[in-house]
Design a protein around this ligand. Sequence first.
Ligand SMILES: N=c1c2ncn([C@@H]3O[C@H](COP(=O)(O)OP(=O)(O)OP(=O)(O)O)[C@@H](O)[C@H]3O)c2ncn1[C@@H]1O[C@H](COP(=O)(O)O)[C@@H](O)[C@H]1O
Length: 110
Amino acid sequence: MNDIFERLATVFEERKNADPEHSYVANLYQAGQDKILKKLGEEAIETILAAKSKQQDAIIHETADLWFHSLVMLADCGLRPEQVLKELDRRFGLSGLEEKANRSKDNDDG
Ligand SMILES: N=c1c2ncn([C@@H]3O[C@H](COP(=O)(O)OP(=O)(O)OP(=O)(O)O)[C@@H](O)[C@H]3O)c2ncn1[C@@H]1O[C@H](COP(=O)(O)O)[C@@H](O)[C@H]1O
């Protein structure tokens, strides 16, 4: 199950040469980055509304839509999901509060 991002990313690469009439992803590519980003924003809002509704099924559904459109955005930008997963892996164990404190210190130094 965990390789679903990779499998989707591979399909999304193939869709760069697909017919937009037969593929939603190819259709998004053809519509352009602004359309992809608009969908991403809409899905983010729908995910927030689902979370506020506290309906578990809706939260799962909307988060899947959000992740799906995030992956399309990455593919459109020429990035692979493993690059984002690698960054999360790098951050693993580093407290967000600690990272923020270091950031403020770096800014003060600079
Ligand atoms: N996981 C998904 C997936 N999740 C959501 N969606 C589509 O994303 C769209 C979500 O948009 P909305 O809910 O806003 O629905 P809408 O009102 O129809 O959208 P708009 O008219 O506003 O564009 C719907 O059309 C969904 O069908 C997805 N479409 C495709 N995939 C995966 O991507 C693969 C490639 O898809 P195609 O390129 O279409 O073959 C598929 O095999 C799937 O694995």
